[in-house]
Write a protein that binds this ligand. Structure first.
Ligand SMILES: Cc1ncc(COP(=O)(O)O)c(C=O)c1O
Length: 362
């Protein structure tokens, strides 16, 4: 249905297929009519331990919230340079990895240019492409959810501007083989490797940036550092490309984001110990899910587990979990219709989801 407002809007944005974001716990609790403390929220790959205590203290003590922050991001680019082993000139920070995805697409796409995506994967690549008026080219992964390099190469045309490879992939949890990324880089197209879950996998393509000027690696502080709501992400790339991104970027990242980033890096050992605890919990949850009849978890290098559900529709299992106040992620599309994605939280949250599944699948 068209509305009088439509004439004001660019045609490709009318009826846009929107990204389905997750809702905060208060909204979920209100919808179910239960207290917020009873919500088990395992649908956003969030960190159950929150930010470092040093972040809370640094945010409280910061004195210059009334002054615009440094548009050149000097302090945070220097801190990220020592964290990543690259130079500050390789780095651009943004309001979450989401902003970097958006900036890269705005930098590279003219209307009708193509973006190749290896699906199923994170939904913001498709969304950002559509917002920029690009043509979205999904290439299905193989049976084991691995990037189908042959099919991706066959899909490349003179209008292909970006290939997204998520590593580890959300929601399937697997890492792309290095040979696959090497092969895609040879095409000369910009390859964006999204390492939002890097700290959980400890596998990175960052050292390749020195050899490939068509490689961008994206990272985030949302997951390992527990800063999801403060919006802190960054991209790593050749200095010339980073300079372009800095040039088109709205100038400021919030000071709260910057203060939180610096305090997190100062306390990275504590945060990485928490990451280790989440990885151990992932393996414990994997083993317990595998024992449940009708659940087949897929091995994961992230802080989440994708599980195939058999014997009952995954959508129904999801609904029955929601009725118990347990929120995990169900993707109502394509191959994922048979799966559920469970974020690895605290052990008591894993126990709650496993007991509920035991009842539901009985
Ligand atoms: C693969 C992937 N990339 C990017 C993001 C967004 O990260 P940020 O919170 O830094 O915007 C997410 C969030 O779930 C993700 O799963």
């Amino acid at each position: 249905m068209t509305t009088p407002t439509d004439r004001l809007v660019r045609p490709h944005l009318q009826g846009l297929q929107v990204y389905e974001p997750i809702e905060p716990p208060e909204v979920l609790a209100q919808r179910l009519g239960i207290p917020v403390e009873r919500i088990v929220k395992l649908n956003g790959n969030e960190n159950p331990y929150g930010p470092s205590p040093r972040v809370q203290a640094a945010l409280r003590d910061y004195q210059s919230y009334h002054i615009y922050p440094d548009p050149f991001q000097r302090a945070i680019r220097d801190a990220l340079a020592s964290y990543t082993g690259l130079d500050a000139s390789n780095i651009v920070a943004g309001s979450g990895c989401d902003e970097l995805i958006d900036l890269l697409l705005r930098l590279t796409l003219a209307p009708g240019d193509e973006v190749i995506d290896c699906v199923p994967t994170f939904g913001m690549y498709a969304f950002g492409t559509r917002v920029c008026g690009g043509r979205y080219v999904p290439v299905p992964r193989d049976q084991a959810f691995q990037v189908d390099v042959k099919a991706v190469k066959a899909a490349i045309t003179p209008r292909t501007k970006v290939i997204f490879v998520c590593s580890p992939n959300n929601p399937t949890g697997n890492l792309p083989p290095e040979a696959a990324v090497e092969e895609l880089l040879k095409s000369g197209v910009l390859v964006v490797v999204d390492e939002t879950y890097y700290e959980f996998s400890r596998h990175t393509f960052v050292p390749w940036i020195a050899r490939h000027d068509n490689l961008v690696v994206l990272r985030s502080f949302s997951k390992w550092a527990g800063l999801a709501s403060l919006r802190v992400g960054y991209g790593l790339m050749a200095p010339a490309l980073a300079a372009y991104l800095m040039a088109i970027k709205p100038p400021y990242l919030s000071s709260a984001a910057q203060v939180a980033l610096l305090a997190s890096l100062e306390d990275k050992d504590t945060l990485l110990q928490r990451v280790d605890a989440i990885v151990r919990e992932r393996e414990r949850l994997f083993a317990r899910l595998r024992q449940l009849p009708g659940m087949a978890p897929v091995p994961s290098a992230g802080n989440f587990l994708l599980c195939r559900v058999m014997g009952k529709p995954a959508a129904q299992v999801n609904q029955e979990l929601v009725q118990r106040g347990i929120f995990i992620r169900y993707f109502d599309s394509g191959r994922l219709k048979e799966y559920l994605r469970i974020t690895v939280g605290r052990p008591d949250q894993s126990d709650a989801v496993v007991s509920a599944l035991q009842e539901i699948l009985r």
